[in-house]
Design a protein around this ligand. Structure first.
Ligand SMILES: CC(C)(COP(=O)(O)OP(=O)(O)OC[C@H]1O[C@@H](n2cnc3c(N)ncnc32)[C@H](O)[C@@H]1OP(=O)(O)O)[C@@H](O)C(=O)NCCC(=O)NCCS
Length: 152
């Protein structure tokens, strides 16, 4: 498996395999491109051979020194093999080389695997946005990129 910057078509292709997202809507190329327009951004896929099996999309959301990981998902057939971890490591390296001091990511109480990753890899909770149900509350996490990376 390798992680590399990828065409937007591959992002859309993997996203269609992530059941948790397809249940909530259809996401086409325009959806991803519009969000990142005019901002420093990073479109990543993990590949097994030529097959994209995981993706993450990052951009400079606030211009505040943080590089924001907006969306990430892995094809259910390839989960728990370190694909998310490899994509986040790639994104952190990209951000550090461009002088970002933090990476940020938002998730929900319902996304237990992502919560588990964030808590065990040194991310701190910054704030919680209440939603229609506690399960859907949005939790903003941040990681200081000056600190040693890895599990903590
Ligand atoms: C969240 C998601 C991207 C994780 O991808 P993944 O490639 O399976 O994750 P990794 O194998 O890199 O796991 C990294 C860490 O995450 C945590 N984790 C991942 N899956 C987990 C699970 N099922 N149970 C508990 N912890 C889990 C663990 O801490 C794991 O480290 P470890 O394997 O050393 O214990 C994947 O489950 C997914 O696509 N979920 C649906 C979409 C989603 O929720 N996206 C995030 C929205 S913010």
């Amino acid at each position: 498996m390798i992680v590399r910057e990828s065409p937007i078509g591959d992002i859309v292709r993997v996203n269609r395999t992530v059941k948790e997202f397809t249940d909530t809507g259809t996401f086409d190329e325009e959806y991803f491109l519009q969000r990142c327009q005019g901002k420093t951004s990073l479109f990543l896929c993990a590949y097994e051979g030529d097959e994209p099996i995981g993706y993450s999309v990052w951009y400079d959301k606030e211009g505040d020194g943080a590089f924001y990981c907006w969306m990430a998902g892995v094809n259910p057939e390839y989960r728990r093999k370190g694909i998310l971890s490899a994509m986040i490591d790639f994104g952190i390296d990209f951000a550090q080389k461009r002088g970002y001091s933090h990476m940020t990511i938002k998730t929900r109480n319902s996304r237990r695997e992502m919560l588990s990753y964030l808590v065990s890899h040194g991310f701190c909770i910054v704030s919680v946005e209440p939603a229609e149900s506690v399960q859907e509350n949005r939790i903003l996490f941040s990681k200081d990129l000056a600190l040693k990376q890895g599990k903590s």
